[in-house]
Every structure is written in C-alpha cells, then in structure tokens.
Design a protein around this ligand. Structure first.
Ligand code: TYM
Length: 337
C-alpha cells in the first residue's frame, strides 16, 4: 500500500469540478456543499479540473476566467484554503502521466460503456475527441494518485467511480497492491438536481436553455424569475413523488439547502400552493447564494491571493501525487530517475 503522506492519518477525500461552464445550483448542492461539511473530518484535495474541461473545445479567455472563478467559488462556499489542498489540475503534471499509465490498463469496452460518453458521442458523431473517450482514465488518475478513501460527487459520476475502482483493482492485481479502492459519497438529498424546464433531465451547465438551470452567480431577480417559470404540473398538490418530478425537484432543492427532510416539507405545505413553494425555494436559494456571490467578487479582485492558494496547493498535491506516480512507474518496470 502507498505510504501515507497525508496529514494526521485522517481519511482522504478527493473531488473536482470542471471549469467548462458557469457553475449551477446542481454542482453546488450535489458536490460543493458536501465538501464544506466533510472538510473537518478528512484530509481533502479539491481540484479545479481544467484538463477535463478541454475534452470539449474551450475559448482560452473563458477557460482562464472560469478557472479562477471556480477556485473563488470553492473558497467563497466555505472551503478553507488553510485546512485543505486547493489546486489546479494542470499544475500537477503527475495527473497527465498517471492518466497514461492507467489508460494502458483500461479497456476500450469499459470506456465505450460510459453513458456520459455515449450521450456526448450522439452529439458530436465521428468528430468526438479522443479526450472525451479517455476522460474516465484521467478521473481515475485524479482520485488514485492521492490514496483517496472517499469521493464526494453527484449521482451522475457513479459510473466513472465504479470504473475507477475496477481500474485500481486491476492494477493492484496485475502488479502488487498500490491503490486504495475509493468509495463514492453521494448525498441522500441533492445528488441529482433536475432541470427546471425538463425535470426528468439533470440540471446541467451545458444546457442551451438558461431557464433550465440556476447559476451560482445568478442575481436574485434572475433566480426568482427562473424559479417562478419552473415546470410543475396541473395537480396542484405538493407531494414528494416521482409522478410529480417538477415539484419533487423544488422540494429536493429546498431540502438540500435547509437540511429539512422532504417529507417534513410536504407536511408544512399541506393546503398551500405551488406559488408558496416556489417563493420559498427562490428565497432560500437567494439567501444561500448571495453571501457566496459577494465573497467571489471580493476574491476575484485579489488575484495575488488566489495565486498564492493555487501555487501552494500544487506544491502540496505534487508531493503526494509524485510519490504515487513513482511507485506505479517502478512497479510497471520503468527505470527510476
Ligand atoms: P462536473 O464538473 O460535471 O460536476 C461537478 C460536480 O457536480 C455534480 N453535479 C450535480 N450534482 C447534482 N445535481 C446535478 N444536476 C449535478 N450536475 C453536476 C457532479 O456529480 C460533480 O460531483 N468528472 C467530474 C469532475 C472530476 C472529478 C474528478 C470528480 C474530474 N476528476 C475526480 C471527482 C473526482 C465532472 O465532470 O464533474
């Protein structure tokens, strides 16, 4: 097993978000909010995964802006740069190197079965990039380099996590025990926030319809408008059921923000209407996001502070990642440098 270079023998968390679009409420409730809750009990690596983002063509200026904005959102959401390691993926070259070693231990069949790849290949056809195909090997590299125990993500990442576990198990048995087999941490509520316009689909930053998502940086008036336009149904009853996906989604959003179980919310809304539920959902989103938005604006003005965080983060992350990478190279038969 890899020697533990992490702090205090705490268990290790790794997670990341792509700076490929402006962040949504789904990213916040499915991932970020849980990172904040877990940070005191684990040694955490939170990464801005810019190399994942370029699996789809990015405008360079947008990628730069979003990378710094995402780092600011991490900090503004309550992730402490002192307690955790915050860094940018491309600043730790071990990720790309490890990805190659894992790619050579991953099967075409496995990658072809990834639903996210299958969905995207429908969109891009033959001109789909190889990076999109190989994306899960890079995600496996991210996770395995840090001897990660727990990966807090939304539900859409479970298939990639399963593959990470399979690749790690294969490497361990082909060579010798090297990697911990990581577990996913999928929240009970908020793991899959749905589109406000098509509540059977996931809320996604890549959607063409801005009314389908709430962005973390959306101003209060926009949040109110988007929630008031959220698709519900004609039943006029507030129940937590798959038969009413629009209402269920609003209850999930409220529940994830307030920490009140959806069943309790249903009791509270007995006799009330959709406009009450929507008004409360909008208010709770606004009070959750407003302080984060203010802090992000403040942080973005202080580029040298952000630079000090990501530079220090890359040094700390490289130390652990390089150690794992060297072990992998040695086991594979590469001559130590
Ligand atoms: P990404 O950037 O698409 O999403 C970031 C996180 O947000 C979660 N998420 C959601 N949760 C609930 N409801 C939604 N509608 C919703 N949309 C997104 C995602 O599950 C994710 O946790 N491959 C990853 C990034 C990644 C990564 C990693 C994650 C790269 N390497 C290593 C963990 C560990 C991705 O594309 O996430």
């Amino acid at each position: 097993m890899s020697e533990n270079l992490n702090n205090e023998n705490k268990k290790v968390i790794f997670s990341g978000i792509q700076p490929s679009g402006d962040l949504t409420l789904g990213n916040y409730l499915g991932a970020l909010k849980n990172w904040v809750k877990l940070q005191d009990d684990y040694t955490c690596y939170f990464c801005v995964v810019d190399m994942h983002a370029i699996t789809v063509r990015q405008t360079p200026a947008d990628l730069r802006r979003r990378t710094l904005e995402l780092l600011s959102i991490y900090i503004a959401s309550g992730i402490s740069p002192e307690k955790n390691t915050l860094f940018i993926q491309s600043h730790v070259p071990a990720h790309a190197e490890c990805c190659w070693l894992l790619t050579c231990n991953t099967y075409m069949g496995e990658l072809s079965r990834m639903t996210q790849y299958k969905d995207k290949s429908k969109k891009y056809g033959d001109s789909i990039g190889v990076g999109l195909f190989n994306y899960p090997s890079l995600m496996a590299a991210d996770i395995l380099l840090y001897n990660t125990d727990l990966v807090p993500v939304g539900k859409d990442q479970t298939q990639h996590l399963e593959l990470t576990r399979d690749i790690a198990t294969r490497f361990n048995s082909s060579y010798s025990p090297t990697f911990k087999i990581p577990e996913g941490y999928i929240p009970k509520i908020g793991a899959k926030i749905m589109s406000l316009q098509e509540p059977l689909k996931k809320m996604s930053k890549s959607s063409d319809n801005p009314n389908s998502y709430i962005l973390i940086m959306d101003p209060p008036a926009v949040i109110k408008k988007k929630i008031s336009r959220a698709v519900t149904d004609s039943l006029g009853l507030i129940n937590y059921t798959d038969d009413q996906p629009g209402v269920k989604n609003l209850l999930n959003i409220l529940s994830a923000i307030k920490g009140t179980p959806p069943e309790e919310l249903v009791l509270y809304y007995a006799g009330k209407g959709y406009s009450d539920l929507k008004a409360d959902a909008a208010d709770s989103i606004i009070s959750e996001l407003s302080p984060i938005q203010d802090k992000v604006q403040e942080l973005l003005k202080d580029k040298s502070y952000l630079e000090s965080i990501y530079r220090e983060g890359a040094v700390k992350a490289s130390h652990v990642a390089n150690n794992t990478l060297r072990k992998m190279q040695k086991k594979i038969g590469m001559i130590p440098r």
